[in-house]
Ligand binder design. Structure first.
Ligand code: FPP
Ligand code: MG
Length: 332
């Protein structure tokens, strides 16, 4: 039996907390079953990151958004919670290959534990599984899933395309909307849709999910600079090493303070040299751009909650507001 799931979100209402915990535990058991293949090695490769941890933000958001409709524990709500986690998990296997990352969720990445071929095929297999489950949800879900996945992959590809100097921030935000906003928006949308919420509520929660998703990726990028691997379960400074200009870097590059010359020089290219990488990371960690980036994310997360007036006051709205706040201020 799966242990009771822990919630990555403090929920003040005891009844709501118990319902979310129970349903997330059910989602966890189903995920465990879904990643079983007839080939034991595929099961082992997919179980590796599923078991390594993860905050389960996406399925939690499905379950929370579902509380806005009359049938919050419907079969389709639970299935769609599995769909979004499996899609996310699939993308992590591929992302770590692209980033040459060796650490994920505090464990060896699949590419480090085995090799790139295993990581790519395990990601493909997980994505196929999530597609099988989506087919159970009907034609609308298949279309939404396909559109979401197109956006997700487009975002990831766009990240590899250099932007011109005057469009750096706009380019970065487009990447983030695609690679992360898309699936988090769909998580909230599925929850509302499959619990039978009104079209107005589905639209509001989709827009909430998109903004919260962007805030989530921005805070992830801030943590890539500011947190150590014990907290994040990943190797700090991966974006800097890969030369991906994220929010703190873009803000530091905008500075006109002559004292920032050395940092700006270092940030101009991928940082493969260990000593230069460590120097840039240290300078960036104490740069005011970090606080500027944190406050940008907080503003975005607050904006995300503006559409929630459609829900009326109560524990579900409070929990969605807390979810947005948590995402903007998280430390892991
Ligand atoms: C994390 O970026 C990456 C994503 C949110 C999306 C990755 C998508 C793909 C690799 C396409 C997947 C394709 C298939 C077929 C499954 P990050 O590197 O900034 O985040 P991190 O800090 O968690 O590594
Ligand atoms: Mg990565």
């Amino acid at each position: 039996m799966t242990e009771s799931a822990s919630l990555a979100l403090p929920v003040l209402d005891a009844g709501l907390e118990a319902r979310l915990r129970e349903r997330l535990t059910e989602v966890e058991s189903r995920l465990e079953v879904e990643i079983r293949s007839e080939a034991p090695f595929i099961t082992e490769a997919c179980r590796h990151l599923l078991h390594a941890g993860g905050k389960r933000f996406r399925p939690l958001l499905v379950l929370l958004a579902a509380e806005a409709g009359p049938d919050a524990a419907s079969e389709d709500v639970l299935t769609s919670a599995c769909v979004v986690e499996l899609t996310h998990l699939a993308s992590l296997y591929h992302d770590d290959v692209m980033d040459e990352a060796v650490l994920r969720r505090g464990a060896d990445s699949a590419n480090a534990r085995w090799d790139n071929h295993v990581a790519i095929l395990a990601g493909d297999w997980l994505f196929s599984k999530s597609s099988e489950l989506t087919a159970r949800l009907g034609a609308d879900a298949v279309r939404i899933q396909a559109e979401t996945f197109t956006r997700l992959v487009e975002g990831q590809i766009l990240e590899t395309v250099p932007a011109t100097q005057d469009e750096l921030l706009g380019h970065y935000l487009k990447v983030v909307e695609g690679k992360t906003g898309s699936l988090i928006a769909t998580s909230a949308r599925y929850g509302a849709m499959f619990s039978g919420a009104s079209a107005e509520v589905v639209d509001a929660l989709t827009s909430y999910g998109e903004k919260v998703g962007i805030a989530f990726q921005l805070s992830d990028d801030i943590l890539d600079v500011g947190s150590d691997s014990d907290a994040s379960g990943k190797t700090p400074g991966t974006d800097l090493r890969e030369g991906v200009p994220t929010l703190p870097v873009l803000f530091a590059l905008r500075s006109t303070d002559p004292g920032d010359g050395r940092l700006q020089e270092l940030l101009g290219a991928p940082l493969e040299d260990d000593a230069l990488h460590a120097e840039a990371l240290e300078l960036l960690r104490k740069h005011p751009a970090m606080d500027e980036a944190r406050s940008y994310v907080l503003t975005l997360a607050r904006e995300a909650t503006e559409v929630l007036t459609v829900l009326g006051d109560g524990p579900v709205k409070d929990a969605l507001v807390a979810f947005a706040d948590l995402i903007a201020t998280r430390s892991s």
